[in-house]
Write a protein that binds this ligand. Structure first.
Ligand code: GRG
Length: 300
């Protein structure tokens, strides 16, 4: 998708990658009419509610940086988006963040009720691994390695561990190192895994995989710092989710601990570290660089 002789057009890139991901997701998921249709409607409701599709874009860009194809990377890109969407549905539940708005629409449990929302999240989590089996194994990475990669990133030591620490930290004064522990797991683990899975779908070399790990890790941390800044600087309308939630829930965030300006500097430094990680690609990871910039400067 990238052309060395032209300035990189990220808007066009995202339009193309999002269309490919949406088309594949529609095919991978049971139709809304398939029984139990309430469940499949609920799964599709959140999946197609208008998320930014940053994780799939990152995955496709990582594949491209390693000389891979969109076709081979698409199953993993869809799998990661299913995991991400499940985590948002569950995060919004009354027993978690208790939110009414997500991706600019009423949250899943507001529309379908709590029981169906829990089950839609569960089903998306399971669906993710079924979709992942549609990936092609490569010379260096078997299906076992792909499944291990995604299950580790989304399991009890990473994504869910982050959510547990986040829940348990509410109303408490947290140190920066505890906050880093949460961000690494709650946010960075899945973004990092997206970056790694993109490389793996393209049979990346060990050096490339290390670079993508380092890149994804730093991008993931920057993403959450920016998310925390946006929570206090943007409106709910702009974010498509309730703004100001962190203060209301008494959550420790970078802005609450070090202030907004320092938080911006930290996000910029993390992005610079992510850029530095791309050195082995010798300037050929244009889409990854453009995405890193977008994530740093995003306003929703
Ligand atoms: C297992 C009960 C149970 C729950 C798991 C792990 C988890 C629930 C929730 C964590 C979800 C969470 C809020 C992570 C933070 C990452 C983050 C900032 C997500 C928002 O990502 P965007 O901005 O969202 O990419 P869109 O809607 O654009 O896809």
């Amino acid at each position: 998708m990238a052309h060395a002789d032209k300035p990189f057009d990220l808007t066009r890139y995202l339009r193309t990658s999002n269309a490919a991901v949406n088309h594949a997701l529609k095919r991978f998921l049971p139709s809304a009419a398939t029984a139990p249709s309430t469940l499949h409607k609920a799964m599709r409701y959140s999946l197609f509610a208008g998320g930014k599709r940053m994780r799939p874009a990152l995955l496709l860009a990582a594949a491209e940086a390693c000389g891979g194809s969109v076709v081979n990377a698409l199953p993993a890109a869809c799998a990661v988006e299913c995991i991400h969407t499940y985590s948002l549905i569950h995060d919004d539940l009354p027993s978690m963040d208790n939110d009414d708005l997500r991706r600019g629409k009423p949250t899943n449990h507001k529309v379908y009720g709590e029981g169906i929302a829990i089950l839609a999240g569960d089903a998306l989590l399971t669906q993710a691994f079924e979709i992942l089996t549609h990936s092609k194994a490569t010379q260096r990475y078997s299906h076992r390695e792909l499944v291990l990669e995604l299950s580790r990133a989304s399991g009890s030591l990473q994504l869910i561990a982050g959510q547990v620490a986040d829940l348990e930290g509410e109303g408490k004064k947290l140190s920066l190192s505890k906050l880093l522990y949460i961000h690494k797991r709650k946010t960075s683990a899945l973004l990092c895994s997206a970056s790694r899975l993109g490389g793996m779908s393209a049979n990346c070399t060990p050096t490339q995989l290390r670079a993508l790990t380092d890149f994804g890790y730093h991008i993931g941390l920057a993403f959450q710092v920016i998310d925390d800044i946006l929570d206090v600087t943007q409106t709910s309308e702009k974010l498509g989710k309730t703004a100001g939630k962190d203060i209301a829930a008494q959550k420790a965030t970078y802005p609450s601990i070090v202030g907004i300006e320092k938080s911006r500097q930290i996000a910029a430094q993390l992005t610079a570290n992510a850029f530095a990680a791309l050195k082995p690609f010798k300037g050929k990871a244009t889409a990854l660089e453009a995405l890193a910039q977008l994530l740093l400067h995003r306003d929703n």
